[in-house]
Design a protein around this ligand. Structure first.
Ligand code: ADP
Ligand code: MG
Ligand code: MG
Length: 882
């Protein structure tokens, strides 16, 4: 088989759409060469070789031979010969995965140099200084990235050499100086690794190739992949390419550029370069790079001349390439180039990384310029990146004193005073203060504090920890699992290295980067009109999947509607039970020993629930609202601590001992699988009766007040057996009938269920006989399908991902093979039994783009997600439809 693909010299074997096989870099080098751009010739060893090598530590047969042929291809075009002492070919060895990935091996330049080829290079270029400068760079890079000799060894030797010669800059060292440095480098390497620096260019080449492949599995790369959900199986390609030299004098240079401004999206060429320099000198900060255009020079107030001024001819070549690339790729490009002897060479191009704002502007501009269609523009913006636009963000101009870092668990930025308890958060927030709730971790007890806080910081837990999930749901910025920080509740301090902060001190969280910043940093508000509105309009035109929201508070409902939600897919009634003004009545209800006691407490709750629904129905103005009846195990509402126990006992008029005994009785070993969901409705029907009554009375009331026709969708949670739904459906119908008769008003409504247990998915045909709709509760369905508790998964899920057992966190991105199959089965069986049954999804996955694509393909009618994810879901649904 074919393991090696040549590029350059007019017969490139790769294309830009072969990035899976050739990596992004290799695919685009081939593409650039074939559209006639000046690319030094080379070849790409495929990602399949990497996969083979990673598994067996060996190369497939034939790779060696094909690499030989690749070298010949380069030799033919350049006329130089690899390892030849008089006319040596030098190459770079460059890694390149499908997506660019920091943490992989750095590039090795000038490979092929040794003690004799360096002399050939000197003679041939007639520039001894250049030849030895290249050699020392090679030894340093190869020593560091291939042989694993720490780079500070080399830096130390170089610094001493400069001190010796009394100079400041590398460029001031002479050929003789470099020779001395090279001898020391080689001695250092021999010292560190026990063998001399390899002189045979072939040995050098194969060692570098192996190092690239090995770097795919180094710790940094593995961690990066896990954080960015990149599969282990992809592997990296290796690119071997003829060197061109930007360090051969003042008509040489190296640089990087964006064809448009990557932070604003303005249609302005933006780039930086260095004269007489090589490779990464520009980004390494050895010298300050210069601007490419006069305009950006002036914008930045730089006093160094722009390329446009000092190398006008090269600048013209570059402008032409910019035009050709944008025309060809029809997208903003990020390019790397080198200039040798006044001639431009292209070394890399890729779609440029950009802020969400720039992505929007570029896509919309390109539609207005007739370069892209509206559909293409819709596909150009990463739905997840919209998050950056929907929350206030830190003013990029403002100064930041970063004191620590955690996981960017929920986007947005917030500043406020540190508080360590949920109660304090609520108290201070009620006094009008902005607070940041700082906890080691959070639990359901902290919900009120999380709600009151502007942002949440935890020192423990991952992207799916309680804090992270709840914060995302609430649209609160959250930095989770900041392990280097210490929170000491007792002494009330938060320690970050040497910095010690107390309650009341100001901090700022950047939920987009995970940064924790001391003090207050100003924020800028999101901009939802203009480019954003255009793109969303185009997205809405193409999508077929509807987008609803998971919301229960008026604020969330309003936010969701302003973001374009087309209804509520999940209104969780238990959140309403937690409100401070009713928790006592809720506890009284739970602690009651008899039905009569429960009914008494429920009487107190009825008007409050009714008001909740009135508020929601009025905001939703006739849009569909799915209301889930009480779901969590009752013990979640139990009092904590003596004061609360006494309070509720007093209110219920029972002795404290009785309350305690009842609490013991409610204790469950495994509440997630315990007395919850419809099991509550079966055993304590009066609870559901109260809720249903509240819903229907609210619908009557809103119709009377606003004239809106409300069609409530009553959802029964955690059904696994048809009979459960049959009983509870009858309950709903009975209460609905009572309310309608009492008010002599007819209300249309639906009764359905969540499908969140494997049995329910399998028995969907029976269950559908009782259900007007199914809503896939994929959070619980994931937990119960895997037999995996979401709250406990943080301890082992990361190692499952790093070992490639699970490619993605199934709580973030739906496990399409397993959980997805249950969804498909239930969809098919449900539809067969009841054609026209309404189907939707309301798990966290409803806001995840790849899960949304799955929902579209499975033929669901809608997804439902947290309010801030609504625009993301609209865009992702559009992309799925294209
Ligand atoms: P990265 O993926 O980190 O950007 P690259 O493989 O692109 O690494 O290499 C980094 C830099 O090295 C390039 O931008 C270019 O300046 C330089 N470089 C790589 N290959 C060559 C080459 N064949 N000739 C000259 N410079 C090269
Ligand atoms: Mg590069
Ligand atoms: Mg559930």
């Amino acid at each position: 088989s074919k393991w090696v693909y040549n590029f350059g010299g007019g017969d490139s074997e790769g294309r830009s759409d072969m990035r899976n096989l050739l990596g992004g870099k290799g695919a685009n080098l081939a593409e650039m060469a074939s559209i006639g751009l000046p690319v030094p010739p080379g070849f790409t060893i495929t990602t399949e070789v990497c996969a083979h090598f990673t598994e067996t530590s060996e190369y497939p047969d034939d790779v060696a031979k094909q690499v030989e042929e690749g070298l010949k291809h380069i030799e033919q075009i350049t006329g130089a010969k690899f390892g030849d002492a008089s006319n040596p070919l030098l190459v770079s060895v460059r890694s390149g995965a499908r997506v660019s990935m920091p943490g992989m091996m750095d590039t090795v330049l000038n490979l092929g140099l040794n003690d004799s080829t360096v002399e050939g290079l000197a003679r041939q270029s007639n520039d001894e200084r250049f030849a030895y400068d290249s050699y020392r760079r090679f030894i340093q890079m190869f020593g560091d990235v291939v042989l694993g000799v720490d780079h500070y060894h080399f830096e130390e030797i170089l610094e001493l050499a400069k001190e010796d010669r009394g100079v400041n800059l590398d460029t001031e060292l002479t050929a003789e100086d470099w020779k001395g440095v090279i001898e020391q480098y080689k001695a250092k390497i021999a010292d560190e690794i026990g063998t001399p620096f390899p002189q045979d260019p072939k040995d050098q080449l194969w060692a570098a190739i192996a190092a690239v492949f090995q770097s795919w599995t180094n710790q940094r790369a593995v961690t990066y992949r896990r954080l960015h959900q990149i599969p282990e199986a992809w592997g990296t390609a290796v690119n071997i390419q003829a060197m061109v030299f930007g360090n051969m004098g003042d008509d040489c240079a190296t640089g990087v550029a964006f064809t448009r401004d990557p932070s604003t999206g303005e249609n302005e060429f933006y780039g930086e370069y260095l004269v007489n320099a090589q490779g990464e000198d520009v980004v390494a900060g050895i010298r300050t790079p210069q601007n490419i255009t006069v305009r950006s020079k002036e914008k930045q107030g730089s006093d160094m001349p722009a390329m446009e001024e000092v190398m006008p001819d090269v600048f013209r070549q570059l402008l032409e390439v910019r035009g050709l690339l944008e025309q060809h790729y029809r997208d903003m490009q990020d390019i790397e180039f080198t200039v040798q002897g006044g001639k431009l060479y292209m070394l890399q191009t890729r779609a440029g990384k950009r802020t969400a704002k720039a992505a929007l502007k570029i896509a919309v501009d390109m539609v207005q310029d007739g370069v892209l269609t509206e559909e293409e523009a819709v596909q150009r913006v990463d739905p997840a990146s919209l998050d950056q636009l929907l929350h206030p963000t830190l003013d990029p101009e403002a100064e930041r004193k970063v004191i620590g870092r955690g996981l960017p668990a929920s986007p947005g930025a917030a500043s406020g005073a540190i508080v360590f308890t949920a109660d304090n958060a609520e108290k201070l927030a009620n006094d009008g203060q902005k607070v940041i709730l700082c906890r080691i971790e959070t639990s359901p007890e902290d919900i009120h504090g999380m709600h009151a806080a502007k942002g949440i910081l935890t020192t423990r837990g991952g992207m799916t920890s309680h804090a992270a999930v709840v914060a995302r749901g609430m649209g609160r910025p959250c930095v989770a699992g900041a392990g280097e920080l210490r929170i000491d509740y007792k002494s009330g301090v938060l320690r970050a290295g040497a910095v010690e902060l107390k309650e009341g001190d100001l901090i700022t969280l950047d939920g987009a980067t995970g940064e924790i910043i001391q003090g207050h940093v100003p924020t800028v508000e999101p901009e939802l009109s203009g480019d954003f509105a255009h793109l969303m309009e185009w997205a809405d035109r193409v999508r077929t999947l509807k987008v609803r929201t998971n919301a229960e508070t008026p604020t969330d409902c309003r936010t969701a509607v302003s973001f374009g939600a087309e209804g509520i897919g999940l209104c969780r009634t238990e959140h309403m039970f937690f409100e401070a003004d009713r928790i006592v009545a809720v506890r009284e209800m739970i602690l009651a020993e008899s039905e009569e006691g429960r009914r008494k407490a429920l009487e107190k709750l009825l008007p409050m629930q009714r008001q909740d629904f009135i508020d929601i129905f009025r905001i939703m103005k006739g849009l569909p609202v799915t209301i889930r009846l009480l779901d969590p195990p009752l013990h979640e509402f139990l009092p904590n601590g003596e004061a609360e126990i006494e309070e509720v006992s007093r209110s219920a008029g029972v002795p404290v001992e009785q309350t305690r005994a009842r609490m013991l009785k409610l204790h469950e070993v495994n509440p997630m699988l315990g007395h919850r969901g419809c099991r509550l409705g079966i055993t304590y029907p009066e609870i559901y009766e109260m809720q249903v009554r509240a819903i229907f009375e609210a619908a009557v009331e809103v119709h009377k007040r606003d004239g809106d026709t409300i069609v409530p969708e009553i959802m029964i949670p955690l059904v696994s057996v048809k009979k459960e739904l049959e009983i509870l459906r009858a309950l709903v119908e009975r209460v609905a009938q009572e309310v309608m008769e009492h008010h002599t008003q007819k209300i249309q409504y639906l009764v359905g269920t969540m499908i969140e247990l494997p049995r329910a998915a399998l028995r969907a045909a029976d269950i559908a006989e009782e259900a007007d709709f199914f809503s896939f509760g994929t959070n619980d369905l994931t937990q119960t399908t895997f037999g995996l508790s979401r709250d406990d998964a943080g301890n082992f899920l990361p190692s499952y991902q790093s070992q490639g057992i699970l490619e993605q966190d199934p709580f973030i991105s739906l496990d399409q093979e397993g959980v997805g199959e249950l969804v498909s089965i239930a969809t098919e069986r449900g539809r067969k039994a009841r054609p026209g049954i309404k189907l939707g999804i309301c798990g966290e996955h409803g806001g995840d783009p790849s899960s949304i694509r799955f929902c579209h393909e499975t033929g669901l009618e809608y997804v439902s997600c947290s309010p801030f994810r609504v625009p993301i879901a609209r865009l992702a649904a559009a992309q799925a439809a294209l």
